[in-house]
Ligand binder design. Sequence first.
Ligand code: AHM
Ligand code: MG
Length: 330
Amino acid sequence: MTEKPFIKTVERHFLERKGRNPHATTEFCWLLSGITLATKIIASQIQRAGLLEIVGETGKVNVQGEEVQKLDVIANDTLVRCLGYRGNIGLLVSEEDEEPHVIQDATAAGKYTVLFDPLDGSSNINANVNIGTIFSILQHDPNAGGDIMAHVLQPGSKQVAAGYVIYGSSTVLAYTAGYGVHMFTLDPSIGAFVLAQENVRMPTLGKTYSVNEANSRQFPSGVQKYLDWVKTEEAGYSSRYIGSLVADFHRTLMRGGVFLYPPTKKAPSGKLRLLYEANPLAFVAEQAGGMASDGQQRILDKKPKAMHERTPLIIGSRDEVDRVLYFMKG
Ligand code: AHM
Ligand code: MG
């Protein structure tokens, strides 16, 4: 008789999919454990940030034109260090770095590219608001040869795995490698991400909309009409906006609803980044039964043109995203 495991870690859960998921290999698991190690280190730094005096800005501005926080740098360095020696990674792409880190050539050995936003929502750090790490994993394109950008600029539909870690009242990791979304909670007493929920499903409906409404006058007219409609008595919606994509998405995944970051005059292509924010969350959303669009097309079908490309994002419960698109088609 095989005994029920005492606890199920991310790595064990993933390896149990051997045979069912072509990517569930020991080699890939080694990569995944680089992400769990890095995010455990980041979680512990965030928890002690005030004590370690690592709260605040570095005084530098990143490639995106945003103030770099001390914890942004720590999170980025931690991910690069933990993933840099995994052996099977060729390229690392970070929101914080202008160029990809080339670890090794795109050979059989360096066959994965990991793209990440090391600390999403970092402008919220000083207010003790939830923040997160978002990651996307691509396999090298066998036709791309030595063309680094061709390996990086693949549509989201090519992602092998993706997920996020939210540093909140507890630290939670959600990932998909196709075949559903699975969630793990960090047990600090043993230092492991332990299975909390398998095959998480996003409710198909949810009367919560999440958007930075201060920008609403700059939104496309269809989005403005949608926002007028949600405020009617008959619609009966509530509004929730944290301003940390990971946190707003996590709530939407668990409770249902829709998150929007439409184009504005200041950011005509939207604010959020396609490769390491929209794509991974779109993969998670779809695997949980939800939907993600840029207003014109499915996020996962977009062919990226640049590493730090931005995109409008409408993501969440299937029927709620559909409703926004209906108003946009107007
Ligand atoms: P960041 O990756 O630099 O933290 O920026 C992205 C963040 C998202 O977490 C969040 O959804 C968005 O920016 C909030 O933007 P705004 O302050 O314009 O509402
Ligand atoms: Mg971000």
